[in-house]
Design a protein around this ligand. Structure first.
Ligand SMILES: Nc1nc2c(c(=O)[nH]1)N[C@H]1C(S)=C(S)[C@@H](COP(=O)(O)OP(=O)(O)OC[C@H]3O[C@@H](n4cnc5c(N)ncnc54)[C@H](O)[C@@H]3O)O[C@H]1N2
Ligand code: MOO
Length: 414
């Protein structure tokens, strides 16, 4: 069939599309999403759209790193356990006190962690090295100038960039944004994804299975994968294996969807509703030089909404999502890092792989030893193995076997 044929690709199998070519085609379908300004608390997982410049320094003022006494270090040069130095305590400075009086020579201010250093003091002696006095304090040790003082600007200087555009906002990034006083941030809107699954054999988990039926799992799994990648997912399941019903199911979602992801219904069978409905509507189907995940398609539905059709076998669906969709989703939503981390690992067992296809085997990578073992057989229906895996082994197109102790690239999934 003409629509099953790809272009020459250098893989040695001229009728298959190279993985990189299909990746590029999928990535080109999605435009960057618009920028929104959101309250900080709603920014988790979004990509920052502009560099974040600090309007203040951090710390904003010199402050104490310890609960103790602010002193002039010269006043304590002779202090020792045998010969403590006693100073009158003139002020109490809890964190947050804004009217901090200067320190007079030969005196101490009691000071708490985070409180502003009084002018004239150059060190803090921790309470543990004193008798903890409140009227007078006896110091049992000397202190170096600058001891236990956190200097203004030693973390961030006003005017410097604390986060660059494209940063994925996780807890620490939101923390530093709050610390410099940002109440809201410009972020990219998440990609709005419609996940659609078809198949007359599929039933809702929680209901009784009839012979020949299976529980629908791809829709739920792909919607979760979209959300994990920072996208917004709407799930449309149990769309009947009927072309008209397929188009009717899409209609209400066209205006509010950036990307449609389908699973199933694209191979060579007699009832391939996704392929039947989308052929001639702007979506092209191909076979990619990859296993699992060979039957793929992508395009623009009637010139508008981007579409990626993934194969129905559950492992094929998820691996295809990882290889083609996830990087494109992250790029469109403005994230600088769009690829999973890849490590070189030593195989603990031998494996074989098909000719002229890039194979993705499921594995468990042990970061302590830098080794990887296979998790289950290659079959693209073996979902439990994927659920146990923490990585995908990427076996290049020209490799058909690897001995134990060989090195291989692994794409880390968590
Ligand atoms: N004659 C050929 N047969 C097949 C070919 C081929 O080239 N020639 N390709 C095989 C490969 S490779 C794959 S992958 C699958 C892809 O098939 P489809 O994308 O058309 O998917 P379906 O046939 O609809 O389903 C395949 C398999 O997955 C199960 N499935 C589908 N959707 C779901 C879902 N939402 N939740 C759980 N499981 C699902 C379905 O029951 C089937 O078992 O085709 C091969 N065949
Ligand atoms: O490509 Mo299919 O995805 O081998 O199972």
């Amino acid at each position: 069939m003409a629509d099953d044929r790809g272009v020459p690709n250098g893989t040695g199998t001229p009728d298959l599309t190279a993985v990189a070519d299909h990746q590029a085609k999928v990535a080109a379908l999605l435009q960057p999403t618009p920028v929104l300004v959101k309250p900080l608390a709603d920014c988790l997982g979004h990509a920052l759209a502009e560099d974040l410049v600090a309007p203040i320094s951090l710390p904003p003022f010199d402050n104490s790193a310890m609960d103790g006494y602010a002193v002039r270090s010269v006043d304590l040069v002779d202090a020792s356990p045998e010969q403590p130095v006693e100073l009158p305590v003139q002020e109490d400075i809890p964190a947050g006190r804004i009217d901090v009086p200067p320190l007079q020579p030969g005196t101490a201010h009691r000071i708490m962690t985070g409180a502003q250093m009084p002018p004239g003091a150059d060190a803090v002696i921790p309470v543990e090295r004193t008798d903890r006095g409140t009227e007078h304090v006896r110091a049992f040790a000397s202190v170096q100038p600058g001891a236990h003082v956190r200097r203004a600007g030693e973390d961030v200087t006003a005017g410097s960039t604390v986060l660059t555009a494209g940063t994925t906002l996780a807890a620490a990034q939101l923390g530093v944004a709050a610390a410099i006083g940002a109440a809201q941030l410009p972020v990219h809107r998440p990609v709005r994804v419609l996940v659609l699954s078809t198949g007359s054999e599929l039933v809702e988990p929680g209901t009784a299975l009839q012979p020949g039926q299976i529980y629908e799992s791809n829709g739920l799994m792909l919607a979760a994968a979209v959300r994990e990648a920072g996208g917004e997912a709407t799930l449309l399941r149990f769309v009947p294996d009927d072309v008209d019903a397929f188009h009717r199911a899409l209609a209400p979602h066209l205006a509010s969807t950036d990307l449609l992801i389908t699973s199933g219904g694209v191979s060579a069978g007699a009832y391939e509703v996704v392929k039947d409905a989308l052929t001639g509507e702007g979506v092209e189907f191909t076979k990619v030089a990859m296993q699992p995940g060979m039957p793929q398609g992508c395009g623009r539905y009637r010139g508008g909404m981007a579409v990626v059709t993934l194969p129905g076998n559950p492992v094929s669906s998820m691996v295809s999502f990882e290889v083609f969709v996830r990087p494109a989703l992250l790029a469109a939503a403005g994230h600088r890092t769009t690829r999973r981390p890849v490590r070189r690992a030593v195989l603990t067992e031998p494996l074989t792989a098909p000719t002229d296809r890039r194979q993705y085997r499921r594995g468990r990578f042990d970061p302590a030893t830098g080794t990887v073992g296979l998790q289950g057989a290659p079959g693209s229906h073996l979902l439990a193995g994927l659920a146990q895996a923490n990585c995908l082994l990427e076996i290049p197109e020209d490799v058909t076997e690897l001995a134990a102790e060989s090195t291989v690239d692994v794409m880390l999934l968590d």
